[in-house]
Design a binder for this molecule. Structure first.
Ligand SMILES: C[S@@+](CC[C@H](N)C(=O)[O-])C[C@H]1O[C@@H](n2cnc3c(N)ncnc32)[C@H](O)[C@@H]1O
Length: 248
């Protein structure tokens, strides 16, 4: 039985684990939500690769008039999100693989969305799939709609890229020193060992097989091809960026 209290504990542990890779994760969430708030106060938002709903919940806490459709393919993370945040009236979780053509139909939207957001998720998707995801996304966004992607999005120029990585490494070392939090594998190992949650843990090799789309330029090119006309980073710490793209 997954109570809200147990889900809360696992999601807190998820957030600490993610911060081990993203020392500015909360600042990045805030910047991303600031941009949505500047767009409109009561938006319909799609959260791509929502995991247990960390971004969706923060967005709704800041913008209670918003509606968020949070989509992910992972049953365990969705179950945690449902148990912890399922009571929020503006939030709906959808299980769907973004790589499947026609994925937007599963969202059950009754009107075009004002914005789409994503954090630390789309680098798992190959470049051809990413182009298809963005093309389909553009079709369900309102004219003038906004897309915001917070992720490690590396520069293509090699020396810049190394400098960005170095800033990220130094920020992590400053924050954690010799005591880093548990990592991704340890978190998944712990949750798999939980007798109630273990059966929900799938083989993730189909979705998590290395970072595929980690270059900033790959996302910019795919977004331009999808019809977004104004595209650029809004926030950056090392290689951790919030990329914004706007439809005409
Ligand atoms: C590192 S987690 C980030 C979750 C959440 N956005 C956050 O910031 O905490 C990456 C998420 O992307 C999801 N994901 C990866 N590939 C996906 C796909 N093809 N379709 C839907 N979700 C996907 C994973 O299931 C996972 O929940």
């Amino acid at each position: 039985m997954l109570t809200r209290e147990r889900a809360h504990t696992w999601i807190e542990r998820w957030d600490r684990q993610q911060e081990g890779y993203l020392p500015y994760r909360e600042e990045r969430f805030t910047a991303l939500i600031d941009a949505v708030a500047a767009h409109r106060p009561d938006p319909l938002v799609i959260d791509l690769g929502c995991g247990p709903g960390s971004l969706s919940a923060r967005l709704l806490a800041r913008l209670p008039e918003a509606t968020v459709v949070a989509v992910d393919t992972d049953p365990l993370l969705l179950a945690l999100g449902e148990a912890e945040y399922g009571h929020l009236p503006g939030l709906r979780f959808v299980r769907q693989d973004l790589r499947e053509p026609g994925w937007t139909a599963a969202l059950g939207l009754d009107r075009p969305a004002d914005a789409a957001v994503s954090t630390t998720a789309l680098h798992w998707i190959s470049e051809p799939s990413l182009r298809a995801v963005y093309a389909e996304l553009a079709g369900v966004l309102h004219p003038g709609g906004m897309y915001l992607n917070g992720d490690h999005l590396a520069a293509s120029a090699p020396r810049l890229r190394r400098l960005e990585e170095s800033l990220a490494d130094q920020a992590t070392a400053r924050r954690y020193g010799d005591a880093p939090p548990e990592d991704w594998s340890q978190w998944w190992g712990a949750v798999a060992a939980d007798p109630d949650l273990g059966p929900l843990v799938l083989d993730r090799s189909a979705t998590h097989h290395g970072s595929e789309s980690l270059l900033l330029d790959s996302h910019v090119t795919a977004l331009r091809a999808a019809g977004f006309t104004e595209i650029g980073p809004l926030w950056q710490r090392g290689n951790d960026r919030v990329l914004c793209a706007l439809l005409p």
